[in-house]
Design a protein around this ligand. Sequence first.
Ligand SMILES: [Zn+2]
Length: 226
Amino acid sequence: MHAQTDSPSPRRAAARTEPTRTCAGCRVVAPQRELVRVVLDDEGEVHPELASKRFGRGAWVHPAAACVLRAAPHGFAKSFRAEVRTDAARFGVRLAEAAERRVGGLIVAGVGARKVALGRSAVEDAQERGPVALLVAATDAAAALDGTHTRQALAAGRGLAFGTTASLGAWVGREAVGIVAVLDDGLAAAIRHALGVAALGADLARASHLPSRRRPTGGAGRPEDR
Ligand SMILES: [Zn+2]
């Protein structure tokens, strides 16, 4: 029962192997996998890199509204020690686009690895064999969602909406795909994460079209959301 003190602590070993980076928003040092990498182009624009393919100097930010609002442009400018023109709204647009490309890429990779079933009948067949990790349904799909298993899974909250039948189809080289079943837990987690990032990007982009302080005085307004 005595703790061994003569061997290196496994916690320290784990901390050594897991790369950490500083968030350009909150400046907290966090595991790299919890952050989004961004690169700076010659025009001072910042681009999120969800698949980490582009070379160049990188900075990092939590995929969280509060961190992006602090990072774009000031936190990124500090991280890059350079002028940054990208504000949070524009960053949001790019973040949503990058996250949607990431979801598409994950689905394509899943098809290649047979970790994904496409379309109503394949998705129903997959669920006949057992519960699937995640359903991704096109926002304009109707008939594809009508299978018994699919209806139950969606009602149980195991489905997420993404794209349209045309855009889902385009990713996998078909005219239209209404529903995708993800059969692998790791792939499902990656898709859920990317869809969450896409939703954050869309929120940030939308927020730009609203005046930030519309009400002249406090009154019954909501508390300021930071
Ligand atoms: Zn942060």
